[in-house]
Design a protein around this ligand. Structure first.
Ligand code: AMP
Ligand code: TRP
Length: 334
């Protein structure tokens, strides 16, 4: 059984990365580089489960790579590549389609959310997307997967698929069961307009999210306009129950200021939310605008971004091909 620690995660190239991606995933990607070998993938095959305009998809792949680099992922330490450039992902996904069960996929809440009321019209790709995600992870036999809380159910499915493969082909321990690494406070950054919805790229209003490329002005305006609460900031977390927008702002502030929720509430109780908002905007501007500037700078150097992807592709392919050889053997494919 492989005991090696290896991190794998993926981000869809579907447009503007935002504060949720940053706090829920990217920051964790960066710090994990110190402890483990890491593979970070731009998952374009996942993105096309909903229609993408081809030229926009291409731009978004570069933008996602630039965001990886701008937040601090080091291409000399970690493997950064685009999913479709390593064909093993699609091949293993097919094998896992035959291991995974329809009943398991029917339980996936993200499909239900994304397909909406007319499920008959959703693409087959959107339905079997969790099997492709399992293939991404198992192709490298990754042991740890940093993600936001919205991906927890997909990771549980990946573990079920790995376990069933190991049982079916009588090879206990062949696929390790990957551990999710989910941030504590900020596993789900919520929309600035509706605290019951997660911050998302696809939400119509740009005021619902802080994008990594937002300017100082945009960040200030969005935080000023963010929904909060008419009552002053309470003393304890109990006072934030049923106030999801206020709780979200306090959570983000606590994460960026590196102080506990209790400490933040202690310091701010009795004050209006405008006080918290001014300080929060300052922290966000300090942390996010340098990242945005770096993304824009990197996007002007496409040859460099292509070179990073190419190097990553070569390294990823070596691991993928070696593992696929063994997987094909286990299944009896010659
Ligand atoms: P996606 O943009 O859907 O490919 O997501 C990339 C990563 O960001 C995944 O690990 C997600 O779980 C994470 N993520 C996306 N939205 C949020 C959010 N609002 N809060 C926390 N994490 C998020
Ligand atoms: N499904 C993930 C998302 O939408 C992206 C993803 C694809 C992923 N493959 C992965 C995340 C493998 C972690 C590991 O955010």
């Amino acid at each position: 059984m492989s005991k090696k620690k290896l991190v794998f995660s993926g981000v869809q190239p579907t447009g503007n990365l935002h504060l949720g991606n940053y706090l829920g995933a990217l920051k964790n990607f960066v710090s994990l580089q110190k402890e483990m070998e890491c593979i970070y993938c731009v998952v374009d095959l996942h993105a096309i489960t909903s229609f993408q305009k081809p030229n926009e998809l291409e731009d978004n792949v570069f933008e996602t790579v630039a965001s990886f680099l701008a937040t601090g992922i080091d291409p000399n330490k970690s493997i950064i590549f685009n999913q479709s450039s390593v064909s093993g992902h699609a091949e293993l996904a097919w094998i896992l389609n035959c291991v995974s069960r329809i009943g398991w996929l029917n339980r996936m809440t993200q499909f239900k959310d994304k397909a909406g009321s007319d499920k008959e019209k959703a693409s087959v790709g959107l339905y079997i997307y969790p099997n492709l995600m399992a293939a991404d992870i198992l192709l490298y036999k990754a042991s740890h997967v940093p993600v936001g809380a919205d991906q927890k159910q997909h990771l549980e499915l990946c573990r079920d698929i790995a376990q069933k493969f190991n049982n079916d082909f009588n090879c206990e321990g062949f696929f390790p069961l990957p551990e999710p690494l989910i941030q504590k406070n900020v596993s789900r950054v919520m929309s600035l307009r509706d605290g019951n919805k997660k911050m998302s790229k696809s939400e119509e209003s740009d005021y619902s999210r802080i994008n990594l490329k937002d300017t100082t002005d945009e960040i200030s305006k969005k935080i000023k306009k963010a929904k909060s609460d008419s009552e002053p900031i309470p003393q304890s977390l109990k006072g934030l129950e049923k106030k999801p927008e206020a709780l979200n702002l306090v959570n983000i502030y606590s994460e960026l200021s590196k102080s506990s929720l209790d400490k933040v509430l202690n310091e701010m109780s009795g004050k209006e939310y405008s006080f918290l908002k001014t300080k929060l905007a300052e922290l966000l501007i300090n942390e996010i605008t340098p990242v945005g500037k770096e993304i824009k700078k990197l996007l002007n150097d496409k040859p460099y971004l292509k070179q990073v992807l190419k190097k990553g592709e070569e390294k990823a392919n070596i691991i993928a091909e070696e593992n696929l050889k063994n997987i094909r053997e286990k299944v009896g494919l010659i």
